[in-house]
Write a protein that binds this ligand. Structure first.
Ligand SMILES: [Zn+2]
Ligand SMILES: [Zn+2]
Length: 425
Protein backbone atom coordinates (compact mmCIF):
# COMPACT_ATOMS: atom_id res chain seq x y z
CA UNK A 1 0.00 0.00 0.00
CA UNK A 2 0.98 3.64 -0.45
CA UNK A 3 0.69 5.84 2.64
CA UNK A 4 1.47 9.53 2.92
CA UNK A 5 3.22 10.39 6.18
CA UNK A 6 4.28 13.61 7.89
CA UNK A 7 6.69 12.68 10.67
CA UNK A 8 7.71 16.01 12.18
CA UNK A 9 5.18 18.33 13.80
CA UNK A 10 4.92 20.09 17.17
CA UNK A 11 2.33 19.90 19.93
CA UNK A 12 0.82 22.71 21.95
CA UNK A 13 3.61 22.04 24.49
CA UNK A 14 6.26 23.59 22.23
CA UNK A 15 6.98 27.32 22.10
CA UNK A 16 5.08 29.34 19.52
CA UNK A 17 2.72 26.49 18.67
CA UNK A 18 -1.03 26.82 18.17
CA UNK A 19 -3.28 25.73 21.06
CA UNK A 20 -5.18 23.78 18.43
CA UNK A 21 -2.36 21.24 18.22
CA UNK A 22 -4.19 18.49 20.08
CA UNK A 23 -4.37 14.79 19.19
CA UNK A 24 -8.06 14.86 18.10
CA UNK A 25 -7.46 17.99 16.00
CA UNK A 26 -4.40 16.44 14.36
CA UNK A 27 -6.25 13.22 13.57
CA UNK A 28 -9.11 15.12 11.95
CA UNK A 29 -6.95 17.46 9.92
CA UNK A 30 -4.62 14.67 8.79
CA UNK A 31 -7.59 12.80 7.37
CA UNK A 32 -8.74 15.90 5.51
CA UNK A 33 -5.28 16.41 4.10
CA UNK A 34 -4.94 12.78 2.99
CA UNK A 35 -2.19 11.81 5.46
CA UNK A 36 -2.39 8.22 6.71
CA UNK A 37 0.46 8.56 9.21
CA UNK A 38 1.46 11.50 11.41
CA UNK A 39 4.36 11.75 13.83
CA UNK A 40 3.20 12.80 17.30
CA UNK A 41 6.11 15.22 17.67
CA UNK A 42 7.10 16.23 21.21
CA UNK A 43 6.56 12.75 22.64
CA UNK A 44 9.28 13.19 25.29
CA UNK A 45 6.92 15.66 26.96
CA UNK A 46 4.97 13.68 29.61
CA UNK A 47 1.79 15.72 29.13
CA UNK A 48 1.75 15.05 25.41
CA UNK A 49 2.41 11.34 25.99
CA UNK A 50 -0.57 11.28 28.34
CA UNK A 51 -2.75 13.00 25.76
CA UNK A 52 -1.70 10.52 23.07
CA UNK A 53 -2.54 7.54 25.27
CA UNK A 54 -5.87 9.09 26.23
CA UNK A 55 -7.11 9.78 22.70
CA UNK A 56 -5.66 6.90 20.68
CA UNK A 57 -5.84 3.15 20.56
CA UNK A 58 -2.61 1.13 20.57
CA UNK A 59 -2.16 -0.93 17.41
CA UNK A 60 1.26 -2.35 18.29
CA UNK A 61 4.32 -1.29 20.31
CA UNK A 62 5.22 1.65 18.10
CA UNK A 63 1.88 2.45 16.46
CA UNK A 64 -1.21 4.30 17.74
CA UNK A 65 -4.41 5.17 15.95
CA UNK A 66 -7.33 7.56 16.15
CA UNK A 67 -10.24 7.51 13.69
CA UNK A 68 -8.13 6.11 10.86
CA UNK A 69 -5.09 8.32 11.45
CA UNK A 70 -2.00 6.42 12.57
CA UNK A 71 0.40 8.10 15.00
CA UNK A 72 4.09 7.16 15.33
CA UNK A 73 6.12 8.21 18.37
CA UNK A 74 8.39 11.07 17.30
CA UNK A 75 10.11 14.12 18.67
CA UNK A 76 12.68 16.76 17.93
CA UNK A 77 15.50 17.56 20.38
CA UNK A 78 18.02 20.39 20.45
CA UNK A 79 21.62 19.49 21.32
CA UNK A 80 24.27 21.47 23.22
CA UNK A 81 25.21 23.44 20.08
CA UNK A 82 21.58 24.23 19.26
CA UNK A 83 21.40 21.70 16.44
CA UNK A 84 18.03 19.95 15.99
CA UNK A 85 17.52 16.23 15.50
CA UNK A 86 14.40 14.19 14.68
CA UNK A 87 13.81 10.93 16.59
CA UNK A 88 11.38 8.10 15.81
CA UNK A 89 10.76 5.64 18.66
CA UNK A 90 9.99 1.89 18.44
CA UNK A 91 7.76 1.85 21.56
CA UNK A 92 6.56 3.92 24.49
CA UNK A 93 9.12 2.19 26.78
CA UNK A 94 11.92 3.58 24.61
CA UNK A 95 10.33 7.04 24.91
CA UNK A 96 10.32 6.74 28.71
CA UNK A 97 13.87 5.40 28.88
CA UNK A 98 15.13 8.17 26.66
CA UNK A 99 13.37 10.70 28.88
CA UNK A 100 15.06 9.19 31.96
CA UNK A 101 18.51 9.31 30.37
CA UNK A 102 18.16 12.84 28.95
CA UNK A 103 16.64 14.28 32.13
CA UNK A 104 20.11 14.69 33.62
CA UNK A 105 21.16 16.88 30.71
CA UNK A 106 17.95 18.75 30.05
CA UNK A 107 16.46 21.45 32.27
CA UNK A 108 13.19 21.65 30.33
CA UNK A 109 12.38 18.11 29.23
CA UNK A 110 9.23 17.90 31.38
CA UNK A 111 7.65 21.15 30.22
CA UNK A 112 8.97 21.84 26.69
CA UNK A 113 7.85 20.05 23.56
CA UNK A 114 11.27 20.23 21.97
CA UNK A 115 13.74 19.80 24.86
CA UNK A 116 17.19 21.34 24.97
CA UNK A 117 19.75 18.65 25.81
CA UNK A 118 23.28 19.52 26.95
CA UNK A 119 24.95 16.73 25.01
CA UNK A 120 26.79 16.64 21.70
CA UNK A 121 25.05 15.28 18.60
CA UNK A 122 27.19 12.13 18.51
CA UNK A 123 26.27 11.21 22.06
CA UNK A 124 22.55 11.71 21.49
CA UNK A 125 22.80 9.52 18.38
CA UNK A 126 24.63 6.83 20.39
CA UNK A 127 21.97 6.79 23.09
CA UNK A 128 19.30 6.61 20.38
CA UNK A 129 21.01 3.65 18.73
CA UNK A 130 21.20 1.76 22.05
CA UNK A 131 17.42 2.11 22.37
CA UNK A 132 16.66 1.25 18.71
CA UNK A 133 15.47 4.78 18.04
CA UNK A 134 15.83 6.15 14.51
CA UNK A 135 17.59 9.51 14.37
CA UNK A 136 18.71 12.09 11.80
CA UNK A 137 19.29 15.84 11.47
CA UNK A 138 16.17 18.04 11.36
CA UNK A 139 15.81 20.63 8.53
CA UNK A 140 19.52 20.02 7.92
CA UNK A 141 20.47 23.27 6.17
CA UNK A 142 18.60 26.09 7.95
CA UNK A 143 20.73 28.87 9.44
CA UNK A 144 19.66 29.00 13.11
CA UNK A 145 19.30 25.54 14.58
CA UNK A 146 20.47 22.95 12.08
CA UNK A 147 23.43 20.72 11.44
CA UNK A 148 24.98 22.65 8.58
CA UNK A 149 24.93 26.00 10.36
CA UNK A 150 27.33 24.42 12.86
CA UNK A 151 29.26 21.75 10.96
CA UNK A 152 30.59 21.16 7.45
CA UNK A 153 29.73 17.48 7.30
CA UNK A 154 27.59 14.77 8.87
CA UNK A 155 30.74 13.13 10.14
CA UNK A 156 31.91 16.26 11.92
CA UNK A 157 28.64 16.29 13.82
CA UNK A 158 27.94 12.62 14.48
CA UNK A 159 31.40 11.03 14.31
CA UNK A 160 30.99 7.28 14.11
CA UNK A 161 27.48 7.28 15.54
CA UNK A 162 24.81 5.95 13.21
CA UNK A 163 22.07 8.10 11.67
CA UNK A 164 19.19 6.78 9.59
CA UNK A 165 17.85 9.68 7.54
CA UNK A 166 18.25 13.36 6.75
CA UNK A 167 15.32 15.77 6.93
CA UNK A 168 15.42 18.24 4.04
CA UNK A 169 13.51 21.14 5.58
CA UNK A 170 11.17 23.46 3.72
CA UNK A 171 13.88 25.50 1.99
CA UNK A 172 15.61 22.54 0.32
CA UNK A 173 14.65 19.56 -1.83
CA UNK A 174 16.30 16.28 -2.90
CA UNK A 175 18.00 17.86 -5.89
CA UNK A 176 19.75 20.38 -3.69
CA UNK A 177 20.67 17.91 -0.93
CA UNK A 178 22.11 15.45 -3.47
CA UNK A 179 24.77 18.02 -4.37
CA UNK A 180 26.57 16.64 -1.31
CA UNK A 181 27.97 13.20 -2.03
CA UNK A 182 27.92 12.03 1.60
CA UNK A 183 24.10 12.15 1.49
CA UNK A 184 23.72 9.70 -1.35
CA UNK A 185 23.25 6.59 0.78
CA UNK A 186 20.79 8.29 3.14
CA UNK A 187 17.00 8.32 3.00
CA UNK A 188 15.55 11.82 2.83
CA UNK A 189 12.52 12.78 4.85
CA UNK A 190 10.32 15.67 3.78
CA UNK A 191 8.20 16.70 6.79
CA UNK A 192 6.14 19.78 7.54
CA UNK A 193 7.50 20.83 10.98
CA UNK A 194 3.97 22.22 11.40
CA UNK A 195 3.17 24.46 14.37
CA UNK A 196 -0.56 24.53 13.58
CA UNK A 197 -3.02 22.02 12.11
CA UNK A 198 -4.11 24.44 9.35
CA UNK A 199 -4.11 22.93 5.86
CA UNK A 200 -1.27 25.12 4.61
CA UNK A 201 0.93 23.88 7.47
CA UNK A 202 0.20 20.24 8.43
CA UNK A 203 1.29 17.95 5.58
CA UNK A 204 2.68 20.82 3.47
CA UNK A 205 5.58 18.35 3.10
CA UNK A 206 5.15 14.58 3.30
CA UNK A 207 6.72 11.24 2.38
CA UNK A 208 4.87 8.60 0.36
CA UNK A 209 5.72 5.18 1.81
CA UNK A 210 5.37 1.89 -0.05
CA UNK A 211 4.74 -0.51 2.83
CA UNK A 212 2.56 -3.51 3.73
CA UNK A 213 0.70 -1.84 6.57
CA UNK A 214 0.69 1.53 8.33
CA UNK A 215 2.86 0.40 11.25
CA UNK A 216 6.08 1.64 12.85
CA UNK A 217 8.06 -1.48 11.86
CA UNK A 218 7.05 -1.06 8.22
CA UNK A 219 8.00 2.62 8.20
CA UNK A 220 11.32 1.73 9.80
CA UNK A 221 12.03 -0.85 7.10
CA UNK A 222 11.20 1.71 4.42
CA UNK A 223 13.54 4.30 5.93
CA UNK A 224 16.27 1.66 6.07
CA UNK A 225 15.30 0.49 2.53
CA UNK A 226 14.75 -3.13 3.55
CA UNK A 227 12.51 -5.90 2.22
CA UNK A 228 11.20 -3.89 -0.73
CA UNK A 229 9.76 -1.21 1.55
CA UNK A 230 10.76 2.30 0.60
CA UNK A 231 9.79 5.91 0.18
CA UNK A 232 8.55 6.30 -3.40
CA UNK A 233 7.96 10.06 -3.35
CA UNK A 234 9.10 13.06 -1.37
CA UNK A 235 6.66 15.92 -1.72
CA UNK A 236 7.16 19.39 -0.42
CA UNK A 237 7.19 23.09 -0.89
CA UNK A 238 9.00 24.54 -3.81
CA UNK A 239 12.21 25.26 -1.85
CA UNK A 240 12.04 28.88 -2.93
CA UNK A 241 8.92 29.23 -0.77
CA UNK A 242 10.84 28.21 2.36
CA UNK A 243 11.70 30.81 5.01
CA UNK A 244 15.44 30.43 4.63
CA UNK A 245 15.93 29.75 0.95
CA UNK A 246 17.99 32.83 0.07
CA UNK A 247 20.50 34.79 2.11
CA UNK A 248 18.61 37.70 3.70
CA UNK A 249 18.37 40.05 6.66
CA UNK A 250 16.47 38.51 9.55
CA UNK A 251 14.99 41.88 10.51
CA UNK A 252 14.03 43.70 7.29
CA UNK A 253 14.26 40.63 4.95
CA UNK A 254 16.34 42.39 2.31
CA UNK A 255 18.02 39.69 0.22
CA UNK A 256 21.74 39.68 -0.46
CA UNK A 257 24.01 37.70 -2.78
CA UNK A 258 26.44 35.69 -0.65
CA UNK A 259 29.49 37.78 -1.52
CA UNK A 260 27.69 40.97 -0.43
CA UNK A 261 26.66 39.42 2.87
CA UNK A 262 30.29 38.44 3.48
CA UNK A 263 31.48 41.95 2.52
CA UNK A 264 28.94 43.48 4.95
CA UNK A 265 30.15 41.07 7.65
CA UNK A 266 26.59 39.67 7.98
CA UNK A 267 25.28 43.03 9.22
CA UNK A 268 22.43 44.52 7.18
CA UNK A 269 23.46 47.98 5.86
CA UNK A 270 19.78 49.01 5.68
CA UNK A 271 18.65 48.26 9.22
CA UNK A 272 21.59 46.87 11.20
CA UNK A 273 19.95 43.44 11.57
CA UNK A 274 21.75 40.12 11.25
CA UNK A 275 21.97 38.64 7.74
CA UNK A 276 21.28 34.90 7.70
CA UNK A 277 22.87 32.58 5.16
CA UNK A 278 20.27 31.02 2.88
CA UNK A 279 19.97 27.28 2.39
CA UNK A 280 20.71 27.71 -1.31
CA UNK A 281 24.02 29.44 -0.64
CA UNK A 282 24.96 27.01 2.12
CA UNK A 283 24.43 24.01 -0.14
CA UNK A 284 26.38 25.61 -2.97
CA UNK A 285 29.31 26.13 -0.57
CA UNK A 286 29.32 22.46 0.32
CA UNK A 287 28.42 21.00 -3.09
CA UNK A 288 30.89 18.36 -4.24
CA UNK A 289 29.00 16.41 -6.91
CA UNK A 290 26.57 16.76 -9.81
CA UNK A 291 25.66 13.09 -9.74
CA UNK A 292 22.54 11.67 -8.18
CA UNK A 293 21.97 8.30 -6.54
CA UNK A 294 19.93 5.94 -8.73
CA UNK A 295 17.48 4.99 -6.02
CA UNK A 296 16.53 8.55 -5.02
CA UNK A 297 12.73 8.90 -5.20
CA UNK A 298 11.30 11.76 -7.25
CA UNK A 299 10.57 15.04 -5.47
CA UNK A 300 7.25 16.69 -6.17
CA UNK A 301 7.19 20.46 -5.72
CA UNK A 302 4.04 21.74 -4.09
CA UNK A 303 2.47 25.02 -3.19
CA UNK A 304 -0.21 24.69 -0.50
CA UNK A 305 -3.68 24.73 -2.10
CA UNK A 306 -4.94 27.11 0.59
CA UNK A 307 -2.22 29.57 -0.42
CA UNK A 308 -3.18 29.31 -4.07
CA UNK A 309 -6.80 30.07 -3.13
CA UNK A 310 -5.73 32.94 -0.86
CA UNK A 311 -3.63 34.38 -3.69
CA UNK A 312 -6.63 34.43 -6.04
CA UNK A 313 -9.04 35.86 -3.48
CA UNK A 314 -6.40 38.26 -2.24
CA UNK A 315 -7.22 37.33 1.35
CA UNK A 316 -5.36 35.91 4.35
CA UNK A 317 -4.71 32.19 4.10
CA UNK A 318 -6.48 31.46 7.38
CA UNK A 319 -9.65 33.42 6.58
CA UNK A 320 -13.09 31.78 6.33
CA UNK A 321 -13.56 32.42 2.62
CA UNK A 322 -10.35 30.58 1.79
CA UNK A 323 -11.19 27.69 4.08
CA UNK A 324 -14.67 27.36 2.59
CA UNK A 325 -13.36 26.89 -0.96
CA UNK A 326 -10.56 24.60 0.22
CA UNK A 327 -13.10 22.37 1.96
CA UNK A 328 -15.43 22.36 -1.04
CA UNK A 329 -12.60 21.18 -3.31
CA UNK A 330 -11.50 18.52 -0.85
CA UNK A 331 -15.05 17.21 -0.43
CA UNK A 332 -15.48 17.03 -4.16
CA UNK A 333 -12.14 15.50 -5.13
CA UNK A 334 -10.89 13.68 -2.04
CA UNK A 335 -7.44 15.06 -1.36
CA UNK A 336 -5.32 18.12 -1.82
CA UNK A 337 -2.80 16.28 -3.99
CA UNK A 338 -5.54 15.23 -6.38
CA UNK A 339 -6.70 18.82 -6.73
CA UNK A 340 -3.18 20.15 -7.22
CA UNK A 341 -2.01 17.48 -9.64
CA UNK A 342 -4.69 15.24 -11.15
CA UNK A 343 -8.19 16.75 -11.40
CA UNK A 344 -8.91 18.43 -14.80
CA UNK A 345 -8.87 22.23 -14.44
CA UNK A 346 -12.32 22.40 -16.00
CA UNK A 347 -13.74 20.35 -13.13
CA UNK A 348 -11.96 22.57 -10.62
CA UNK A 349 -13.51 25.57 -12.35
CA UNK A 350 -16.99 24.10 -11.99
CA UNK A 351 -16.47 23.55 -8.27
CA UNK A 352 -14.45 26.57 -7.21
CA UNK A 353 -14.72 29.12 -9.99
CA UNK A 354 -12.67 29.91 -13.05
CA UNK A 355 -10.08 32.08 -11.31
CA UNK A 356 -9.01 29.30 -8.98
CA UNK A 357 -8.92 26.83 -11.86
CA UNK A 358 -6.61 29.20 -13.74
CA UNK A 359 -4.32 29.47 -10.73
CA UNK A 360 -4.10 25.67 -10.43
CA UNK A 361 -3.32 25.53 -14.14
CA UNK A 362 -0.54 28.08 -13.62
CA UNK A 363 0.82 26.08 -10.70
CA UNK A 364 0.92 22.87 -12.74
CA UNK A 365 2.59 24.57 -15.66
CA UNK A 366 5.13 26.37 -13.48
CA UNK A 367 3.72 29.74 -14.50
CA UNK A 368 3.28 31.16 -11.03
CA UNK A 369 5.73 33.85 -10.11
CA UNK A 370 7.64 32.79 -7.02
CA UNK A 371 9.16 35.44 -4.80
CA UNK A 372 11.67 33.47 -2.75
CA UNK A 373 11.81 33.47 1.02
CA UNK A 374 14.81 34.34 3.15
CA UNK A 375 15.87 35.60 6.56
CA UNK A 376 12.87 33.92 8.21
CA UNK A 377 10.11 35.08 5.88
CA UNK A 378 8.29 32.59 3.67
CA UNK A 379 8.39 32.96 -0.09
CA UNK A 380 5.24 34.06 -1.93
CA UNK A 381 3.41 33.04 -5.06
CA UNK A 382 1.79 35.52 -7.47
CA UNK A 383 -0.46 34.95 -10.42
CA UNK A 384 0.88 36.72 -13.56
CA UNK A 385 -1.48 39.41 -14.90
CA UNK A 386 -1.67 37.74 -18.34
CA UNK A 387 -3.32 34.74 -16.73
CA UNK A 388 -5.84 36.77 -14.75
CA UNK A 389 -7.00 38.44 -17.97
CA UNK A 390 -7.74 35.43 -20.20
CA UNK A 391 -10.47 32.80 -19.93
CA UNK A 392 -9.91 29.20 -18.94
CA UNK A 393 -10.31 28.01 -22.53
CA UNK A 394 -7.67 30.42 -23.80
CA UNK A 395 -5.03 29.30 -21.31
CA UNK A 396 -3.44 26.51 -23.30
CA UNK A 397 -2.59 28.81 -26.17
CA UNK A 398 -1.22 31.47 -23.83
CA UNK A 399 2.47 32.18 -23.80
CA UNK A 400 3.53 33.40 -20.39
CA UNK A 401 7.11 34.40 -19.92
CA UNK A 402 8.09 34.17 -16.28
CA UNK A 403 11.51 35.66 -16.29
CA UNK A 404 14.02 34.12 -13.93
CA UNK A 405 15.36 37.55 -13.05
CA UNK A 406 12.05 38.33 -11.43
CA UNK A 407 12.71 35.93 -8.66
CA UNK A 408 16.33 34.86 -8.80
CA UNK A 409 18.50 37.92 -9.04
CA UNK A 410 22.03 36.96 -10.11
CA UNK A 411 21.65 33.24 -9.63
CA UNK A 412 20.09 30.94 -12.16
CA UNK A 413 22.07 27.74 -11.85
CA UNK A 414 19.68 26.07 -9.42
CA UNK A 415 16.70 26.62 -11.71
CA UNK A 416 18.60 25.21 -14.64
CA UNK A 417 19.64 22.32 -12.48
CA UNK A 418 16.03 21.64 -11.44
CA UNK A 419 14.74 21.88 -14.99
CA UNK A 420 17.31 19.42 -16.20
CA UNK A 421 16.39 16.80 -13.66
CA UNK A 422 14.51 14.61 -16.15
CA UNK A 423 12.70 12.27 -13.78
CA UNK A 424 9.20 13.45 -14.57
CA UNK A 425 8.47 14.44 -10.99
ZN1 LIG B 1 13.71 22.31 14.51
ZN1 LIG C 1 17.91 44.56 7.39
Amino acid sequence: MLVDADLHIHSRYSKAVSKLMTIPMLAENARFKGLGIVGTGDILNPGWEEELLKYTKKIDEGTYERKGTVFLLTTEVEDERRVHHVLIFPCIEAVREMREVLKRYSPDINREGRPHVNLPAAEIADIASDLDILIGPAHAFTPWTALYKEYNSLREAYGDAKIHFLELGLSADSYMADRIKAHHGLTYLSNSDAHSPHPHRLGREFNRFKIQEALFEEVKRAILKRGGRRIVLNAGLDPRLGKYHLTACSRCYTKYPLQDAVAFKWRCPKCGGTIKKGVYDRIMELADTEERPKDRPPYLHLAPLAEIIAMVLNRGVETKGVKRIWERLLREFGSEIRVLVDVPVKAIGETAGEDIAKAVWAFRNEKLVVIPGGGGRYGEIRLPEEIRKVSLQELDSLEVEVSEEEYRPKQTSLMKFLRGRGDGA
